[in-house]
Write a protein that binds this ligand. Structure first.
Ligand code: HEM
Length: 188
């Protein structure tokens, strides 16, 4: 009989599934100010087994794909993918993300095992250009014209509901801009 391997996805277990939400709000930079984009989206988190690094570190792997559509014209205006990783031994969460602008990053943090008053899991990670552990890689053009300097992402998930807020700090159009996104989603 084939033995099915049990994978400990830790706090990421709650994420696995297909999520939809239509209360999204994006605040994005414009040369002469700010753009506010109400949006809806689908985020698919797929259990992807585990990997072993250097025969020592075992990471549980969840792949995700996030497709975000502007309410005003029903066009996809943000398409993101990557992995969430859980290191059960060190209790570290990692979030690697790629966006099709020539920007990718690896955010991470020690998982604090925090829950809110309704017993929802709280997941928080961050990255910044001067963080040795959790960093950002971007193209020469983006470094010169639309540089991502820091990123924070907080998810609250449980009982088939999820909300997230993320902040991407940008140096763009000669100023510092706080590019933010938030939404509430339900599991299908
Ligand atoms: C739900 C998530 C997100 C949405 C809906 C979104 C949407 C937008 C929009 C509308 C712009 C303005 C420029 C344009 O119209 O194309 C923008 C700019 C930008 N975003 Fe995002 N974004 C999201 C997440 C992120 C993340 C996670 C990063 C990087 C970590 C990022 C990096 C950037 C950068 C570098 C720019 C500047 C490029 C420019 O404005 O020319 N965004 N984003």
């Amino acid at each position: 009989m084939t033995e099915v391997k049990e994978i400990d996805y830790g706090p990421l277990q709650e994420l696995i599934g297909v999520w939809k939400g239509d209360k999204g709000m994006d605040i994005a930079p414009e040369p002469d100010g700010t753009e506010e984009n109400p949006y809806y989206e689908t985020i698919t988190y797929t259990a992807a087994g585990d990997v072993t690094n250097a025969e020592l570190q075992v990471l549980s792997v969840v792949h995700y794909r996030q497709i975000v559509t502007r309410k005003s014209n029903d066009e996809v205006f943000h398409d993101e993918t990557g992995y969430w990783l859980w290191d059960p031994r060190e209790e570290v969460i990692m979030h690697s993300l790629v966006i099709p602008r020539g920007v990718c990053l690896l955010a991470g943090a020690n998982h604090q095992n925090l829950k809110d008053e309704e017993d929802n899991v709280i997941i928080e990670v961050e990255a910044s250009i001067d963080n040795r552990d959790w960093g950002i890689v971007q193209s020469p053009f983006m470094q010169n014209n639309a540089k991502t300097t820091a990123f924070r992402h907080k998810i609250i998930v449980g009982n088939g509901k999820m909300s997230y807020s993320e902040t991407t700090m940008l140096d763009i159009y000669g100023r510092t801009f706080e590019h933010t996104d938030q939404n509430e989603l339900s599991r299908e």
